[in-house]
Ligand binder design. Structure first.
Ligand code: ADP
Ligand code: MG
Length: 697
């Protein structure tokens, strides 16, 4: 790195500094107001901003601009237009209008819409999100946008996210007013998403059709070594990995992404990157860019980055920890317990709001992380279980217990306020032991939602967190609006809420069988598969939640449910077809060739020396040939299951068929093939092994 980081950090971003420098004072003021309040921008202001953006982008080497959006495919989309405008005489000028900045039209007929956008109305439009900075990448000016149908329904993840941020802000402010906060104008939810990933050598990757088509290995016997020695976690970085990470950081820093932490993770060849947290919409955009750059920079180093939740069986998969909190525009974190009794009470109310939200909308939180890939992790003794619960730590547990029981909280320095609300002026941060099995853990001044899959867009989990907490705030504020005595009302809210939602608190081992039983007793949901989860998306209570806060309409929810189910079926279908191709064309023929060699060895031995022992050859022939026959049979069954599932009518029934017929058939085939791998000569085995993939980076 020839340049200092501080000199090039954010150099490709049209950020606040650039705006201040390049925009006329009035325009700058108007734009920052738009950003701070979430209002729409004036057309005249937009023209000036667009022009300044264009001039800046051209200096950075851009010739094109693109509205950058997040359709429901889970990845980002972009369509590039150049700035050129002909002016006659074979000449062009570079132009970019406010209209082009604010709104783009897009033939969106190939994006999933779950039936919202009839094909005769194939157009959709993209609308600028001024709160997420534009940036230059690969010769284009990227403008973060929301993506809607012509009838105004959201066709993306960004629109409901922005709406959910508005909702939690509006309802949260109503509550804060009762605590004397008259100055905050906006609440922001903040997110820091820790991203896990695997790295594999490109040469190995190219030899694995399963990785190329499905992103995960569909076959593969375990390597002699896995993660049992725990020597990879936080271990020294290999030089190739280190070079990749250094370049990744540098590119991310140019884009103004605060990539902060990097380290080796638990599984061999698994790593993590964590940025410094930012406002949620920006964190979502940045996480998508981080994933994109991980893949792109890896390629430059002859590597491939695997973002799948479970690339390899038998070792940990990858997730994403979504650290989340709520902050005022003045920078006050509402999840910070605070130093005075009044601040403590406010904190406890926020805590109550979160507990209530998580308990009332366990299903939505589970849905927000449901994904075919993530099904291999949740409940698999490596990630949180599929049961949603909250970890608070001993101290907060005791405080809550004392509120519920109406007893004094007996910790050093703690007193008791009027009305039985304990004051906790010495609340110590980070005294909590870190419970890695908890789906949602309070970690001192934020909640860490740990159920997310590594490949997923983090928008949906945050949409649910924001909206569900907005609903708690709404209910609290309604009570306070009608209260005669504020303190009495607050005390009652705390007591009632904690009493009603104690069941969602769990500090023990989330992997244990006892917890499953206990959770069942408590009436908590245990939605094992994505399909179980999706089914509940459009329950009336969920439709009501999103409608109340203007986050998603019934149509938007129903369409999303359909897309999720369809997507699930498509993913398993691709996996099944990949397995079928690999087994039919690569694996079974390879085993046959090897069997042929073993048979001819035995025949050759016998032709030289009658009575020679061919016990080894015979044993291999018997066992391997038997396995190959069984594998062939399992392959036939998988083909049938796939054909049946593909023909099943109705998205729900189809997704269920893939889960109940195809997945088990895949499992059976894999088991046989993996066993054959352990008996077939390496020379004949057509695929890189687990050992090759995980230990040869
Ligand atoms: P750990 O692995 O110990 O959980 P990391 O440092 O890897 O911790 O990640 C913690 C993440 O939480 C970082 O992205 C950090 O910026 C983020 N974070 C810290 N404070 C907040 C907050 N108030 N709101 C949201 N995210 C936060
Ligand atoms: Mg971490």
């Amino acid at each position: 790195m020839s340049q200092k980081v501080s000199e090039f950090f954010g150099c490709m971003v049209f950020n606040d500094d650039v705006m201040r420098e390049r925009l006329p004072k009035e325009v700058y003021k108007s734009l920052t107001k738009t950003i701070a309040t979430g209002r729409t921008i004036d057309a005249s202001v937009a023209d000036v901003v667009a022009n300044a953006m264009k001039d800046w982008a051209i200096e950075k080497g851009a010739t094109h601009y693109t509205h950058w959006f997040q359709p429901l495919t889970g990845v980002t989309a972009e369509k590039h237009d150049s700035f050129i405008a002909p002016v006659g005489n074979c000449k062009v000028v570079m132009e970019f209008s406010g209209k082009e900045l604010i709104k783009g039209e897009s033939d969106a007929s190939s994006f999933p819409s779950g039936g919202i956008r009839a094909t005769f109305e194939a157009r959709g439009y993209t609308a600028w999100d001024p709160a997420s900075y534009a940036f230059v990448k690969d010769g284009s000016l990227y403008i973060p946008t929301a993506f809607c149908s012509y009838t105004g329904e959201a066709l993306d993840t960004k629109t409901p996210l922005l709406r959910s941020m508005d909702a939690v802000s509006a309802q949260g402010l109503r509550v804060l007013r009762y605590f004397g906060d008259t100055s905050s104008k906006r609440l922001h939810t903040t997110v820091g998403a820790e991203q896990e990933y695997f790295i594999i050598d490109k040469e190995m990757y190219d030899l694995r059709k399963d990785l190329r088509y499905a992103g995960r290995t569909l076959f593969g016997a375990p390597a002699p070594k896995g993660q049992e020695l725990e020597d990879h976690y936080f271990g020294p970085l290999k030089s190739r990995i280190s070079a990749f990470m250094a370049e990744l950081d540098e590119e991310l820093w140019r884009l103004g992404i605060n990539s902060k932490t990097k380290h080796n993770e638990a599984a061999p060849a698994q790593h993590e990157l964590a940025p410094i947290y930012s406002n949620t919409n920006i964190a979502v955009d940045q996480n998508l860019l981080i994933m994109e750059y991980m893949k792109r920079i890896a390629e430059k180093h002859g590597l491939v980055c695997l973002l799948h939740e479970k690339p390899y069986a038998g070792v940990n998969g990858s997730g994403k920890h979504n650290n989340w909190s709520i902050t005022t525009d003045g920078g006050k974190n509402l999840m910070d317990p605070g130093k005075t009794p009044a601040e403590n009470v406010k904190f406890l109310l926020v805590l109550a709001a979160v507990l209530k939200a998580v308990d009332d909308y366990q299903d939505l939180l589970r849905i927000s992380v449901a994904h075919a890939g993530n099904d291999h992790r949740l409940g698999g003794n490596e990630a949180p279980p599929a049961i949603v619960s909250v970890f608070l730590g001993e101290e907060l547990d005791e405080i809550i217990r004392s509120i519920v029981d109406g007893t004094a909280y007996k910790a050093a320095g703690a007193g008791i306020l009027d009305l039985g609300i304990p004051s906790i002026p010495t609340f110590r941060k980070d005294t909590t032991d870190r419970n890695r099995t908890s789906p949602l853990a309070f970690t001192g001044n934020k909640f860490e939602f740990r159920m997310l899959g590594s490949s997923q867009n983090i928008a949906m989990p945050n949409i649910v967190l924001n909206t569900a907490v907005a609903e708690s705030f709404r209910q609290f504020a309604d009570i306070l609006d009608d209260a005669e005595d504020l303190e009495v009302a607050v005390a009652k809210i705390l007591k009632d809420t904690f009493s009603a939602h104690m069941r969602i608190i769990f500090d023990g081992n989330g992997y244990s069988e006892e917890w499953e039983k206990e959770a069942k007793k408590r009436g908590l949901l245990n939605l094992r598969s994505s399909v179980d989860a999706y089914e509940r998306f459009d329950d009336e209570k969920n439709i009501k939640l999103f409608a109340t806060h203007g986050v998603m309409s019934r149509t938007e929810i129903e369409s999303r449910k359909e897309i999720l189910l369809e997507n699930y079926a498509k993913i398993i279908n691709i996996e099944a077809l990949t397995m079928i191709e690999m087994a039919s064309r690569d694996i079974i023929p390879a085993v046959n060739s090897y069997l042929g060699e073993v048979a001819s060895t035995a025949a050759a031995k016998r032709s030289v020396l009658s009575g020679v022992s061919c016990a080894v050859e015979e044993d291999i022939l018997m066992k391997l040939s038997d396995l190959n026959t069984k594998a062939y049979d399992a392959l036939g069954k998988l083909k049938k299951a796939e054909a049946k599932a593909a023909k099943t009518a109705g998205v729900m029934a189809r997704a269920e068929a893939y889960r109940d017929l195809v997945l088990p058939a895949m499992e059976k085939l894999r088991k046989l093939v993996d066993e054959m791998e352990t008996m077939t000569s390496s020379e004949y085995w057509p695929l890189p092994t687990y050992g090759d993939m995980m230990f040869k980076v």
